[in-house]
Design a protein around this ligand. Sequence first.
Ligand SMILES: Cc1cc2nc3c(=O)[nH]c(=O)nc-3n(C[C@H](O)[C@H](O)[C@H](O)COP(=O)(O)O)c2cc1C
Ligand code: SF4
Length: 333
Amino acid sequence: MNGMDIIAKLKQVNLTGRGGASFPTYLKWQSVKDANGSKTYIICNGSEGELNVYKDKHILENYTEEVLNGIKIALETFHNAQAIIYLNKKYYPKLNQKLKKLAGKLPITIYRKTGEYIAGEETTLLEAIENKPHEPRIKPPYPAQKGLYGYPTLVNNVETFYFVSKIAKGQYKGEKFYSIAGDVKHPGTYLFPETATIKEIINRTHNWPKHGLFMKSDNFFVQAGGGATGEILLPKELGVPIKGVGSIIIYDRKKTDLYKLMETWADFFVKGNCDKCVPCREGSYRILEMIKHKKIDKEKLEELYFALEQTSFCPLGKSIPTAFRSLIKKLDI
Ligand SMILES: Cc1cc2nc3c(=O)[nH]c(=O)nc-3n(C[C@H](O)[C@H](O)[C@H](O)COP(=O)(O)O)c2cc1C
Ligand code: SF4
């Protein structure tokens, strides 16, 4: 298959990236092609740093060859290309040898992720691989134009490469992987249509209360679409598909200490940000302090949310308020 074939196919099925931003994959591939560099880098983002999300781990462990085939197609599509699998440090010991063996003579190296949550962001990971401080770059230029060591660089998520392979084989059915975690009987990673609602997914995996779970249907809540950055949804709000990362975390309302849960998120953001800009560094810390002391000042929180959303340098800071705002509002704290 030549390069134009696969890009046309990606466009035809309208595959969108599975790393969070849902960016059309064909556009990214076309930009890298158009950049026409003397060398091209391909990065498979397997850093999976979100809290309670394990879909890329599942895909890498169970469909290793499919992911590698997606990377191989990218290697064949772009000029003088070299690939790097950027791997979550916890996944590395189990997967490194297997990936190396299956990659064979292909120009693919495995890089063990260093750093925290922010190191999964596409420009920060370029800095990390270049051995520089783990901070995001200003965009534009985008990695597709000027990425690793200044060369055009394709950064796609593990799941995206899996589906590139399926599309090339004519086996794509508009599906997506969903990671289900939390207070459920059947946690795991499942494949369902992209259009499936959260309610359907919970039902079809036998994780809804009517299937004999310990919770009454109005006695739980859900965090959907990206670990700690996901919005809190009540059972009556679950008739919608998931945007972004296919992550569903279910919480038993009676069992869950809401302050502890928020403290986990705040701690995750304090440790996972890069400290480069004030709103995110200070904002995440102030939220953590407020929650630790169980002194929620809603007016102050609104100011912090505003500063985070309007003035953070990168999407990490901008995404911090979502979970806190929705939980505090919907669960009457
Ligand atoms: C704070 C932060 C963390 C991220 N972590 C990941 C990650 O663990 N894995 C991933 O594929 N993308 C992650 N992303 C998204 C990447 O920046 C990038 O958009 C993605 O790898 C592109 O792949 P896709 O087009 O296939 O979705 C993260 C973004 C941000 C802002
Ligand atoms: S918003 Fe600022 S401090 Fe937070 S991760 Fe991004 S660059 Fe770093």
